[in-house]
Design a binder for this molecule. Structure first.
Ligand SMILES: Nc1nc2c(ncn2[C@@H]2O[C@H](COP(=O)(O)OP(=O)(O)OP(=O)(O)O)[C@@H](O)[C@H]2O)c(=O)[nH]1
Ligand SMILES: [Mg+2]
Length: 164
């Protein structure tokens, strides 16, 4: 039996969750309506011999119940944020949930190709003020595949492996 891991990709509407999964993994399963995710994206990737299963959640608030469902049994969460638009209430709710349930997570500050760095610094301060335990913060661009090496490195070195 091999060790595999379940990672849930979360974040509010249009932050780039599906784009990140597509550009990181390539071929993913997704259900979209007019470009909006309406079910769970799924794909898997092998990094340094370890199989990582990624489950992408819809960002629109009407699908909040799916986020709850997908979190069941997760080992790790990747919270994707939009560097330009900052933290939405949905993101704050997600951070509070992860923090209170003690679910380990990394934050990917996406769309840094559209800003000058100041936005990311402000976001980091906000994240730490909500949850001082935040494990990792990565800056990058899902469209340009920037920040992916660091992301893969974090995934490869997680010590939360479960057996599927
Ligand atoms: N400039 C820029 N645009 C991006 C980046 N990542 C995603 N986008 C754009 O942002 C928009 C939303 O991307 P999606 O990947 O659909 O976002 P999502 O978080 O999956 O959206 P929902 O499923 O509706 O919650 C699309 O137009 C993407 O092309 C990025 O790194 N830089
Ligand atoms: Mg999506």
């Amino acid at each position: 039996m091999s060790k595999e891991i379940k990672i849930v990709v979360m974040g509010s509407e249009d932050v780039g969750k599906t784009t990140l999964m597509e550009n990181l993994i390539g071929n993913i399963g997704k259900v979209e309506h007019n470009g909006t995710t309406v079910a769970i994206d799924y794909g898997n990737i092998e990094i340094e011999g370890k199989k990582i299963h990624l489950f992408g959640t819809p960002g629109q608030e009407r699908f909040e119940f799916m986020r709850e469902l997908t979190l069941n049994g997760t080992d790790f969460v990747l919270l994707v944020l939009d560097a330009v638009n900052g933290l939405k209430q949905t993101d704050k709710n997600i951070i509070n949930t992860l923090c209170s349930k003690k679910i380990p997570y990394a934050v990917f500050i996406n769309k840094t190709d559209l800003c000058n760095g100041e936005e990311s610094e402000n976001l980091k301060k906000e994240i730490y003020s909500l949850c001082p335990d935040c494990d990792y913060i990565i800056e990058g661009s899902a469209i340009k595949k920037e920040g992916f090496d660091r992301l893969k490195d974090i995934f490869a070195n997680l010590d939360v492996w479960c057996v599927f």
